[in-house]
Design a protein around this ligand. Structure first.
Ligand code: AP5
Length: 214
């Protein structure tokens, strides 16, 4: 199974990816996670990426696509199946992804688009907490840790992402509507698009996805 998880910031792509990883053993390629790793390096590129992410702006198509194509050509077990989360984010990235997958004879099967209202997204992002060590996702209301500030999975420290504040969330939403939403039409024209209501609990989203992937 070869999937793209599409949808606005905070809609639940990472949460769904964790479930699909477990259920279908798919590889998970999150460009947000890959870029956050780059920001940990004290390099000019790492600092540049950090600045863009903290503003809610997109990193250049060229850089992100290069990271993904490297992964496709040199690190991905194509037989196992995979899902992209947070990529593509522009029509150019979508076209380059199609071209790269064509070169390895592994075209996408489907694109799951999660949709939710802005107030739901805002609530999810402002309440999101992440483990610094293993990346496990939490929410102060919907999925709190058992012990405050400590990851249930690995005991790591819990933190709040620098871009999960109201000002940056609004900027990220504007970027999504302007640059990423046009991809929905791009995949609709290929008959690969499946739209899902993500205003509901995570368990309900999982049921709807299972029905679509059957
Ligand atoms: P990225 O890390 O990809 O962020 P995003 O797309 O904005 O998505 P999020 O990670 O915010 O949300 P999500 O949909 O995964 O939601 P989650 O499952 O965590 O990108 C960050 C930045 O990197 C970008 O702004 C850009 O600068 C750069 N970047 C990344 N990719 C790029 C690219 N391709 N090109 C250029 N730049 C790029 O859920 C959110 C919260 O809600 C969690 O707390 C979770 O527990 C909770 N939750 C989830 N689902 C539910 C539910 N159904 N009910 C209740 N709570 C729920």
């Amino acid at each position: 199974m070869r999937i793209v998880l599409l949808g606005p910031p905070g809609v639940g792509k990472g949460t769904l990816a964790d479930h699909l990883k477990e259920k279908y053993h798919l590889a998970h390629i999150s460009t947000g996670d890959m870029l956050r790793e780059e920001t940990k390096k004290d390099s000019p590129l790492g600092r540049e990426i950090k600045g863009l992410m903290e503003k809610g702006a997109l990193v250049s198509d060229e850089l992100v696509t290069r990271l993904v194509v490297q992964k496709i050509e040199h690190g991905l077990d194509l037989k196992r199946g995979f899902m992209f989360d947070g990529f593509p984010r522009t029509v150019k990235q979508a076209q380059d992804l199609d071209a790269a997958l064509e070169r390895v004879h592994a075209p996408l099967d489907c694109v799951l688009t999660l949709e939710a209202d802005f107030n739901v997204l805002l609530d999810r992002m402002t309440g999101r907490r992440v483990c610094r060590k293993c990346g496990a996702l939490y929410h102060v209301t919907y999925k709190p840790t058992a012990r405050e500030g400590i990851c249930d999975v690995c005991g790591g420290e819990i933190y709040q992402r620098a871009d999960d504040n109201e000002k940056t969330i609004k900027a990220r939403m504007e970027v999504y509507n302007k640059s990423t939403a046009p991809i929905i039409d791009y995949y609709a024209q290929q008959n690969k698009l499946k739209k899902l209501n993500a205003n509901v609990e995570a368990a309900e989203v999982r049921l709807a996805v299972a029905a679509v992937l059957k």
